[in-house]
Design a protein around this ligand. Structure first.
Ligand code: PLP
Length: 427
């Protein structure tokens, strides 16, 4: 059996909030010499009390049998599970209101393992665009080479456009997954969860099986957006970003019901995309401050976006609260997210030359890819994260030579604005 957990969810009738539960849920200090923080369990394998226990644990961990209610699958071997991953998986699941969570060695391994758990050669993945460049490449190349097709749609708030893409995908094969990223990196393009659910239902009627719906929730989740509550089957994350939050680890996750995550967890064990104990421990540390960090970064982003919107050298700011209030995108944003987050792009007047001059002049913002860390970062998606995306698709999704992506951190907002001001003056 896995180590017992303190899994307090209530005080009397009072339901505890995720912010509180991130400090204790899933870890019992009594089992570790009273240590307030869990130790890092640096072990590859676990001792069974008896041979019978070993047999049962293998049955549970491989999914052949369900463990007795109230107990875990049992600790067997750290490629399958270990105490540090179980603690973080339980906390992440609590945050998003999921039945189960699984952590991975990276966001890409979470996405790849999820897709491979459900797609077979001859199938098609219907997906939103833009996607993170690595996901776009995974679909086009890695899965393409395995005979798994991909059909994209760009306007995720226009159901007619999405239905057209669904029709096209169904002509090519069985649609086994609908994969969306909302808001999308780097343009903050939105996808309507409710419309995705309706399209999945419609595909189910026509092809006999419902595609599994998956949302990359890296940019807003789990603090400002919970796709599972809106009917999405699996929420995937690059935990490298806001959840890890300090730009010091690489990790990913998939959250959903026990039934939906079971094949994903089985494939993780089979191919070894598990996350190591030390990174899991660091994620546990990070979850304690997740809400504070995301809320502060969110407030800073509002100030920075407001400043950029007024600047004469800025052509456009892709910040969600600036959407036209009567637009379908603004309605989608209001219906499914409680905050805009702190990653957004803007277009500078003067194309790549101006963009590079601006980036080279920054003094507080660091010129680096990635996002969601405590420090503010700036990058050029067309030349960096999205350079592998064909140019015609980049043009369509709005990743232009003039596009600069910012990830706003927790610095003093006046210092961030001062940095932008001097860098724009240098253009
Ligand atoms: C939205 C999004 N999804 C997935 C990934 C991939 O995550 P990782 O780098 O942890 O593999 C990234 C990385 O930038 C991302 O921004």
């Amino acid at each position: 059996m896995a180590i017992p957990k303190t899994s307090k969810t209530h005080i009397g009738n009072h339901k505890l909030h995720p912010e509180t539960m991130m400090l204790s849920y899933g870890y019992d200090p009594e089992l570790s010499e009273g240590s307030v923080k869990p130790p890092v369990f640096l072990t590859s394998t676990f001792v069974f009390k008896t041979a019978e226990e070993g047999r049962d644990f293998f049955d549970y961990v491989s999914g052949r049998k369900e463990p007795p209610s109230g107990s875990g699958a049992g600790l067997v071997y750290s490629r399958f599970n270990h105490p540090n991953s179980e603690i973080v998986e339980e906390r992440l699941a609590v945050y998003e209101g999921a039945e189960a969570g699984i952590v991975f060695s990276s966001g890409m391994s979470a996405i790849a393992t999820t897709l491979l758990a459900y797609a077979r050669p001859g199938d098609v993945v219907l997906h939103s665009q833009p996607l993170y460049g690595g996901t776009e490449t995974l679909l086009a190349k890695t899965l393409g080479n395995l005979g798994i097709g991909a059909v994209g749609f760009i306007d995720g708030v226009d159901e007619a456009v999405m239905r057209q893409a669904a029709d096209k995908a169904m002509k090519q094969g069985k649609v086994s997954l609908i994969f969306i990223e909302t808001p999308a990196n780097p343009t903050n393009t939105l996808v309507d969860f409710a419309a995705v659910g309706r399209i999945a239902d419609d595909i189910a009627k026509r092809q006999g099986t419902r595609p599994v719906t998956v949302c990359d929730n890296t940019l807003l989740g789990p603090v400002f957006q919970k796709p599972l509550a809106h009917g999405i089957d699996v929420s995937v994350y690059s935990l490298t970003k806001y959840v890890g939050g300090h730009s010091d680890l690489i990790a990913g996750a998939a959250l959903g019901s026990k039934a939906m995550t079971k094949p994903i967890k089985a494939l993780r064990g089979a191919i070894g995309t598990q996350l190591d104990p030390h990174s899991c421990w660091m994620l546990g540390r990070s979850l304690e401050t997740l809400a504070i960090r995301m809320e502060k970064a969110n407030d800073n982003a509002a100030i920075v976006a407001g400043y950029l919107a007024e600047h004469p050298k800025v052509a456009k700011v892709g910040y969600l609260p600036f959407l036209d209030a009567v637009s379908a995108a603004a309605k989608t944003f209001k219906a499914q997210s409680t905050g805009a987050g702190s990653t957004f792009s803007f277009d500078i007047i003067g194309g790549e030359k101006a963009a590079f001059r601006f980036l080279n002049a920054l003094q507080i913002f660091k010129l680096a890819v990635s996002l969601g860390g405590t420090e503010s970062l700036a990058s050029h998606p067309a030349a960096m994260t999205h350079s592998g995306v064909p140019i015609d698709i980049r043009q369509k999704i709005g990743v232009l030579e003039s596009t600069i992506r910012l990830s706003i951190g927790v610095e003093h907002p006046d210092d961030l604005v001062a940095d932008l001001e001097q860098a724009l003056a240098a253009v």
